[in-house]
Design a protein around this ligand. Structure first.
Ligand code: AMP
Ligand code: MG
Length: 418
């Protein structure tokens, strides 16, 4: 017998195989997938986390009327007396938020006005109360104010009918404030995308069930179901199936009937018991399953009964990285959202590493003292590293020698919506 030389790198890219670069796989997803969800009208207050189905315009200006930005005294700028000190008699009454002054403030006089109160007729400028002396029904303050000082013009933020959101925008808490402020009480949003999750593997049992010494608990399913819920999708638990082609097929068919997309984990490689890739290749429509990413390979992208399937690797670290990098943007497109690029930023590395060419790498990382630390082990079975980490460092496809202090791209988990 003449065995081959030791590779001692389970992530080495086998020669003679065309590995799909990460960017090409992402382009394929981006161009190949489209929105599959219907639209519905819901109340603005219920729309957090939902995806807009239509562009939205302001129903009303913000602010709807000119109002005071401070507690003070309002007057007409053009009628101010000249000189270093302006002295004005006070008009009786006041304008308060929710209790506007209905009359006209006579020229050459000032009116008490409070923050948020409508600026009454005859007033275009407000002086801060702290800048005034007040005695005998008169105020005095130093000259030098600008016309319109301390007021907010009607529509200075948003004018009625102006576009405020585009279809595909995922509504965040702060967006509900803008919708409400501009009088939009209902929005047309996409139905929640239904995403099925199934785990595979003879060795895998659900946590809480009895496990023998040679079984492991299913870490992927709770992680993936929760991520899906966090992204505002409807998680469909398709359970766990053994490494058996008939059961894998049945689970995929059940998933295709109940969900708009399916995430499987495990069995996606080309091993003897890798039935997900085998079944998808035999009876599904496999787009690619060799993506040059670590951790990750294998990752099968396929269709089953027309429903996109992400055949994720079994290792939880690889399963999460592939979900964040590939499945999430794809699911967002299917759900009707715009393509999502995670927001990353360059920080100095607090580590050194020699990276090989030909694959993109993601390291579990966190930022401390302004530099990116990486987890002590790159082993993709080290689930504790996912909890240790606060994001991922991305190293590009080419070979790279990272020295301490070199800039590296860090993506906080938050930029993947987790
Ligand atoms: P596979 O992709 O099926 O070859 O699995 C790769 C590794 O991930 C093996 O060590 C599996 O035991 C492990 N694994 C597979 N599925 C799960 C899961 N749901 N939870 C935790 N580990 C898993
Ligand atoms: Mg397996």
């Amino acid at each position: 017998m003449k065995p081959p030389p030791l590779k001692d790198d389970c992530f080495a890219m086998p020669p003679g195989v065309d590995w799909t670069p990460v960017d090409r796989a992402l382009d394929m997803l981006r161009s190949g997938l489209h929105c599959v969800t219907k639209a519905e009208d819901i109340a603005t207050g219920d729309a957090g986390g939902r995806i807009l189905a239509e562009d939205v315009k302001a129903a009303r200006s913000n602010p709807p009327y000119a109002n005071s930005a401070v507690d003070g005294y309002g007057f007409a700028f053009d009628d101010l007396p000249s000189g270093d000190v302006c002295e004005l008699p006070l008009t009786a009454g006041r304008s308060a938020a929710g209790g506007a002054f209905e009359g006209i403030v006579p020229a050459g006089t000032a009116l008490r006005i409070l923050t948020g109160a409508r600026v009454p007729s005859g007033v275009d400028t407000v002086v801060l109360e702290e800048d005034c002396s007040i005695a005998d029904g008169r105020i005095a303050f130093r000259s030098g104010l600008k016309r319109g000082a301390n007021t907010r013009a009607a529509g200075e933020d948003v004018v009625a009918d102006a576009p405020i959101f585009k279809a595909g925008h995922v509504l965040r808490s702060q967006d509900l404030a803008l919708l409400a402020a501009t009088g939009v009480s209902q929005v047309s949003v996409r139905h929640r995308l239904r995403v099925g999750v199934v785990s595979t593997g003879d060795e895998v049992v659900s946590v809480g069930e009895p496990a023998t010494d040679s079984q492991i608990f299913d870490a992927n399913r709770p992680m993936l179901l929760d991520a899906i819920a966090q992204w505002g999708f409807e998680a469909v638990d398709l359970g766990h199936v053994a490494d058996d082609p008939a059961r894998v097929e049945a689970a995929l068919s059940q998933g295709a009937a109940q969900a708009d997309a399916i995430l499987t984990s495990g069995g996606a490689s080309a091993g003897d018991e890798d039935h997900v890739s085998a079944v998808l290749s035999a009876k599904g429509d496999v787009q690619t399953w060799r993506i040059a990413v670590k951790p990750g390979r294998p990752l099968a992208l396929a269709l089953w009964d027309g429903v996109p399937v992400f055949g994720l690797p079994g290792n939880p670290v690889a399963a999460l990285v592939c979900t964040l990098v590939f499945a999430r943007p794809a699911l967002c497109l299917l759900a009707g959202a715009a393509w999502q690029e995670p927001a990353g930023f360059d920080v100095p590395a607090a580590f050194a590493k020699n990276k090989k060419a030909g694959r993109r790498e993601y390291l579990r990382a966190r930022v401390r003292n302004g530099a990116a630390e990486v987890f002590k082990s790159e082993g993709s079975g080290r689930i504790s590293g996912l909890s240790w980490a606060e994001g991922l460092v991305e190293l590009g496809d080419d070979a790279q020698v990272v020295a301490e202090g070199d800039p590296v791209r860090f993506y906080p988990f938050g930029s993947f919506g987790l």
